[in-house]
Design a protein around this ligand. Sequence first.
Ligand code: MLT
Length: 333
Amino acid sequence: MKNNKWMFKRVLVSVLLVLSAVSGVSAVWAQYPDKPVTLVVPFAAGGPSDKIARDLAEALRKPLGQTVIVDNTAGAGGTIGAARVARAKADGYTLLVHHIGLATAPALYKKLPYDTLKDFEYLGLVNEAPSVLIGRTTLAANNLAELRKWIADSGGRVNLANAGVGSASHLCGLMLQSALKSKMVAVPYKGTAPAMTDLIGGQVDLMCEQATNAVPQIEGKKVKVYGVSSKERLSLPSLAQTPTLAEAGLADFNVTVWHGVYAPRGTPPEVLARLNAALREALKDPDLIKRQEALGLHLVTDARLSAAGHKAYVQAEMARWGKVIKDSGETAE
Ligand code: MLT
């Protein structure tokens, strides 16, 4: 009899310990976030990735009730910044804002310091941005037909700027060279902001840049525009007359750059749910919507805002771009 009583007490204590441990854990995460959240951008400040991250940080402050800061970790086409978040503490305070490069790096880099599908929790796809083919104002060509002739006559000595192997500008450049059947000289930068400075200065000839960064320069007549990479023309007044690259003769040319938000694998489910809810609320922010649409960008409102939808989309993009990259023969160390 004495033994049973002792055993019952032991079991009761263990159950209470487990319950308090569990409630203790959820109690800890229930306070999340109780300090600033960092959005890591894997490109230099001032570029399209940096811009969407800063706009997002602004729109997340209210739903998270916390300061949200942006920290740039640039280099190697975005892979250095992505690796930083893959290795970060899984506590919800270090997140990644990255674009199509997260899906294409596995096909480009022989030794990638992270696994796109295994090392991240997917928090949702945020926006979609068309790219535009732009050139220095000193180029004589004023349309794609004249540009194609200049490229053909240049014997491959065309300097094509990008933000590093695997960047959106690099991928768009691969598609351009394959569509034109013309190899160009890749000029890599830590982001397309510094690349844009050199294009405006005439140090490089062309770049395939996201509309985010290109629209203000086109409107300011700092660069020439030859076509948009989207299936449809942009509805922006300053680009309404600009043909799509497909319409201008590069059949099937379709490059849409997208940005998503990620946490390190193993981030607690309570934190992931809190972050996804805050992201959904932020994307309804009228100011964010207005700023994105003024640049020809679209915020995502469909199933890709869910973790499952976001991950499925990235997997499909990995397959789509894997073929383009394989055909291009491009790789990186
Ligand atoms: C890219 O080309 O990947 C991006 O435009 C880089 C950036 O956001 O700076």
